[in-house]
Design a protein around this ligand. Sequence first.
Ligand code: ATP
Length: 352
Amino acid sequence: MAELKLENIYKQFGSVVAARDVNLKLPNGQFVCFLGPSGCGKTTLLRLIAGLENPSRGKILLDSKDITQTPAHKRNFGMVFQSLALFPHLSVGENVAYSLKVRHVDKAVRRKRVAELLDLVQLSGHMDRHIAQLSGGQRQRVAIARALAIEPQLFLLDEPLSALDAKLRESMQLELRELQQRLGVTTILVTHDQREAMTMSDLVVVMGPDNRVHQVDSPLEIYRKPADTFVADFIGSSNLLQGSYSGSHEIKVGEIRLVMDNMPENLTSGMPVTVSVRPEDIFVLPGIEKGDNRLHGTVSFIRDVGSSVEIYLNCNGIHIISQTTPKGRPAVQQGDNATVVLPADACVVLKS
Ligand code: ATP
């Protein structure tokens, strides 16, 4: 168990900047996901933490101790890569025991520890099997057990589930989360899959295409209160409306007046802003109803997939998506005039 701190981490490969001014504090025992689009620097950050790369500048602290220059093999971190990197010529037991053997751990202790670990990842009885005889999920478990063998202070995972089919991936996500909670080991998972990040994490670190950290929060906070337009757009789907602050708790979007429950500080009159509203928070009413927080338009498409209904609307060039349950479906058809209601408590105002 350990607390990790990154201070002003900057990493450059030649002319490419992979991570820009990263400041992070990852609390003891938490499951943290690095989430972001391809190339945003997630893997680089994980490799810097692991000691497989050196930062161009900045510091890495583990429990207040500066480990920036500590070589990877002295950091006592367990790591699982996307490729798993299992030794194909060794048995399951030998794979799991590998790092203990390298550390000259006594044979009897090794055997006991391997048995415990295989039990932990539900592979008891597979000790003598060859890697080639295992399924994808079982190989995953071997890689996890191998990384945990040294009782790491940090458990680092780089997209380890991405090669698995969707169903197995979901069950492995829950298994991994349950295992992490049981062991209480501080864990960092790199993923570009937001559903995976939202399912597993205590804390999500959202990185953007500018290779900066945009938000660090719980999954729910990230979803409900995105820090900026990038996060609002990247996490789930959101309706983003361009407008301007018109004083008090009001935003103007063209001729439409939107009244908000919450407003960020330091807005000045006329300042351009973006209003983010989640599709499931929007109501659609048949016909035209006047009033604040209402847009008028036509229904351009309805997608009914059984478990949910999405209604697409064109409101004078502003495209809106509303999502509801089959029971909550409003009485509108494609081509109908309709009113879109954006509730004051569901609008999140972001500086543009
Ligand atoms: P992905 O989800 O595609 O794996 P990522 O968010 O993990 O992406 P990184 O692999 O960290 O992104 O890469 C960040 C940037 O740094 C990219 O532009 C990448 O091309 C560059 N980069 C990473 N490693 C190196 C390297 N060893 N040499 C040169 N450039 C690199």
